[in-house]
Design a protein around this ligand. Sequence first.
Ligand code: EPU
Length: 342
Amino acid sequence: MDIQENISLKEYTTFRIGGRARFFAHVRNTADLENATAFARQKKLPILVLGGGSNILVADEGFAGLVLRMEIMDVVINGNKDGKTIVSAGAGVEWDGFVAGTVRHGLHGLENLSLIPGTVGAAPVQNIGAYGAEVKNAIEWVEALDYETGVVRRFSNRECNFAYRTSFFKTPAGKKYVIIRVGFALAKHGELATSYRDIADYIKINNIAQAEITLQKVRDIVIDIRTKKLPNLAEYGTAGSFFKNPIIAKSEYEKLLNEYPMMPHYPAGEDKVKIPAAWVLDNLCGFKGYREGDVGVYKNQALVLVNFGNAASSEIKNLAQKMIDAVQEKTNIILEREVEYV
Ligand code: EPU
């Protein structure tokens, strides 16, 4: 296989920021992956697995190792299990194209995750979620290669250890695995999840009758909401939500509520609540629409940092730190990043 050198990573990330990769390989099948990882082992190079590049910020200095650009593209119906259809897709398959296909085939489970940028292989890593759904609820298994040994193994859903925007693949032990393909268990009939506030409001405002709410309609609604709230990647450099929504103790939340009675929250397990970071950044810290030079915060969503032109990675990092500091000062909460720094 062909290993390229000194390839600019800017074009491979949705932030459109970042220097060059010392080595770069297009991985189109398992054999490519085995060869590329053997090359990295032999040269003792660190590895960066790249899908759609929609959740990373690459440093202007670039990456002094081997980038694996995942382009494994097979989509296969793998039979049935417990009344569900198992569909597997290669790590390089574009996420929303895959979701569109499942909806076209009348398969339920991924419709609320429509229009999320990125690839199938990246979806389990951070357990992508939106509009009341998380991908962990549709994943049957994940096949991955251990790049230290070259051995391929299949993880069950439980072994993936999914939680809010995280999984085993984000832990130190999980980072040595490169995801090859993912198996999804999708239902031919299923309940449509329309209770998330944005979807419920949309149905009400647009007077959509219950009978009209089909699988395809839910996908269309999600696409419409996302298009209005989130920046168009063709127009802006961005990686979507920059921070995770913090999960804090209920007692902490109650203290904050005394000071900020309008603060929203969602239940997050026993004695814990999730706070929308966007609300805090917008209403308490005034960051919505904030701009300095080529970096800023999107005008319709305070959780989304934007590269308006030729921003340096350091400028995004400085703005992110400023936002972390402001939130800490107002609420004592320390925001965690969703976007990974490379
Ligand atoms: N809000 C504000 N100001 C803003 C934006 C939002 O006050 O600028 C308020 C909203 O009114 C609402 C709350 O904050 O009360 C939450 O907003 P929203 O429903 O837009 O969702 P979010 O918590 O900001 C999460 C995900 C998004 C996902 C949406 C929709 C995280 C970190 N982000 O955002 O995911 O699309 O819900 O389900 O969990 C991503 O991960 O890249 C991403 C875009």
